[in-house]
Design a binder for this molecule. Sequence first.
Ligand SMILES: Nc1ncnc2c1ncn2[C@@H]1O[C@H](COP(=O)(O)OP(=O)(O)O)[C@@H](O)[C@H]1O
Ligand SMILES: [Mg+2]
Length: 231
Amino acid sequence: MTTAVREPQQVSPLTNRLNAILNSRGIDPSTAATEPTAEPVTAALELAAARIPRRYRDALADHPQVADWVQHVSRAGRSGPGGAPGIDHGPSLLIAGPTGTGKTHQAYGAVRSLLAAGVRLRWEATNTADLYASQRPRPGHDPERQLQALGRCPLLVLDDLGAAKASQWTEELTYRLIDRRYTHELPTLITTNLPIGELRDAVGDRVASRLAEMTERIILTGADRRRHPAH
Ligand SMILES: Nc1ncnc2c1ncn2[C@@H]1O[C@H](COP(=O)(O)OP(=O)(O)O)[C@@H](O)[C@H]1O
Ligand SMILES: [Mg+2]
């Protein structure tokens, strides 16, 4: 892609840092980012950084399969407003593993890497327990609208699937959300503490079947990083 010669632009330290990290992992940030979109991308990065929970603000998608997913989605990005690539559809990941192995870290790391690659990204993130809690009827809140927004957003991080106590009601909510994302092939990063074999009992067969088709599985292993941070 050719770029016009322009005055040097101010690039935020965050962009610089993310680009350096992508380069060190063999990902070329310029494959997606083009010169004319440098400013919106920087702004998007900064906005996104502000929405990422503090603990994961520097998270890197350093797992090779997650890095591959980032590259795949970046490449598939369609041209969005202003010429920056956006997400239309793409593969999803199911990141499984015991507590503290870095599942949420990889999920937010993936969001950050996509932004650093210049992908225009409207994304939402929710923990499933919080989702169920917020779906309970309460005055002045439209749970249906919230579910639709999560179902439709270009990228969704659905954290800790299967961690909350299951009921017919939670199963139905999860089904509607996953089915929407499955049907429209919307990239979704799902994490779960459960061994894959137990997922079906926890979320129901309809959800488990869709996840089997729509996600690539990544199993994180190792010690609980919260208790053994040096490992
Ligand atoms: N690849 C990593 N590099 C550095 N720190 C990490 C990494 N993965 C996880 N951590 C840290 O380990 C802790 C647990 O990670 P987290 O993603 O919350 O685990 P999980 O979601 O699997 O329970 C957090 O403090 C997180 O910042
Ligand atoms: Mg987590």
